[in-house]
Design a protein around this ligand. Structure first.
Ligand code: SF4
Ligand code: SF4
Length: 410
């Protein structure tokens, strides 16, 4: 077995990572990860939703050496981002959506990749090594690696948590053939009896199979506990229920029973982080972030052209949702607004949008908003002989209006 790289080089790499703006940097060995059994069961239960890439690359996720032959160490770096600003209670009056805090800046993939490139160059100057950068876009279990590298623990909100910055962080990894002495695995505090994130989740996506803490006031509300593997847990999230998955990764219609709970989130969700007592920083809005990001106008999002979508979101993480996904999410949020000003734009989308997916969600939203204008636009849609998914949604929406009493809507 190769000798460990000199400690002085290791510490200089750590210092360099901190000087690049990372708040923590730890060293883990690149041996196979231990969460295979849990992860296989999680995927088998379908909790990964439509993220088939997770099952397709499972072995590579579990064995870092498959991503970089002869990988010996993984340098795990933690990047902080500003907490979300406070939720605006007047979003419905203003018809504004909400984007998760991590996506409010330039795309972190490219930003952190550039920083790790600098780190890799420094490493190459110090020793002969091959390396590979992974920033949330490759098959690697960053959270388990963060624990292995001593950076923190995985919370019941399924995110990596570090004392101090809490969970408002992103992880970036550098696999290397250089053999560093591993840092001690994390052995500090953890969530303890806290379960605050669970009732805060609007859709019940967080579940645990560990017994409810005896003195947890919220435990009784969480009988549907699924899976927190003992220490060093990966996660117990049911992605199919998670707003973050639904608004970003999920490509088809959002399950009807979940749409009302999505509120005005149009890309991601921060609710379980906002509820977390480990996130002690004040919620602040970064003055440098443009209002189009902080408070995106839902009606604009409903009708962005391809060009407008590219120019507004092309270089940001929001591009992951695609134009049609973002417009779908905007239709859902408009439906949740209870604001009559949303009816005309939704009726336009129902009649003319170039994406069937968006028209389907506009039909649902009109049924939720109610009123005669909503009813007549739904009826016109049905009279035009729409495609089956739209016909079904419009029928359901009209039926909902009838049940509620059409004129009692907004
Ligand atoms: S991101 Fe939102 S929906 Fe997903 S687990 Fe957290 S609170 Fe629940
Ligand atoms: S809210 Fe409580 S249980 Fe949830 S991640 Fe934070 S500390 Fe852990």
């Amino acid at each position: 077995m190769k000798e460990f790289i000199n400690q002085r080089i290791k510490e200089s790499i750590r210092e360099r990572a901190l000087s690049l703006g990372f708040i923590a940097c730890g060293f883990a060995d690149a041996s196979a990860l231990r969460s295979g059994t849990f992860l296989r069961a999680w995927i088998e239960a379908g909790r990964h939703g439509g993220m088939d890439y997770l099952s397709a690359n499972l072995e590579r996720r579990l064995q870092p050496g498959l991503s970089l032959p002869e990988a010996a160490s993984i340098i795990v770096c933690m990047w902080p981002y500003p907490p979300p600003g406070p939720a605006d209670p007047r979003w419905a009056a203003k018809l504004e959506g909400r984007i998760a805090a991590y996506a409010l800046d330039e795309d972190y993939h490219s930003r952190l990749t550039h920083k790790l490139e600098s780190l890799a160059e420094d490493l190459h100057r110090s020793c002969t090594t091959a390396s590979r950068i992974q920033v949330d876009a490759g098959p690697l279990l960053e959270k388990e690696l963060a624990i292995r590298a001593g950076l923190g623990w995985i919370g019941r909100n399924t995110l990596a948590l570090m004392e101090g910055p809490g969970s408002y962080t992103l992880l970036a990894c550098l696999l290397t053939t250089a053999r560093f002495e591993p840092d001690p695995a994390y052995s500090g505090g953890d969530c303890g009896h806290c379960m605050a994130c669970m009732p805060a989740c609007p859709t019940g996506a967080l579940r645990s199979r560990d017994p409810a803490p005896a003195n947890s006031a919220t435990a009784a509300t969480h009988t549907a506990k699924a899976s927190l593997p003992a220490s060093g847990s990966i996660d117990s999230l049911d992605s199919r229920l998670c707003i973050s998955y639904l608004t970003i990764e999920h490509r088809g219609p959002i399950e009807r029973s979940l749409r009302a709970d999505v509120g005005n989130w149009i890309f991601g969700c921060d609710e379980c982080q906002e509820a977390c007592p480990s996130n002690v920083q004040e919620n602040v809005q970064d003055a440098a972030i443009s209002p189009a990001f902080l408070r995106p106008k839902l009606v604009e999002l409903l009708f962005l052209s391809h060009e407008e979508f590219r120019s507004r979101y092309g270089s940001t993480a929001v591009s992951r949702a695609k134009r049609r996904g973002l417009a779908r999410n905007a239709a859902v949020a408009l439906g949740n607004s209870a604001n009559p000003a949303a009816i005309d734009p939704l009726a336009d989308a129902l009649a003319t949008h170039d994406e069937l997916l968006v028209r389907v969600h506009a039909a649902w939203a009109l049924g939720r908003l109610g009123g005669h204008r909503a009813q007549s636009s739904l009826q016109r849609c049905l009279d035009s002989g729409p495609a089956p998914p739209l016909a079904e949604e419009a029928h359901l929406a009209l039926a909902a209006l009838r049940r509620a009493g059409i004129s009692s809507g907004v």
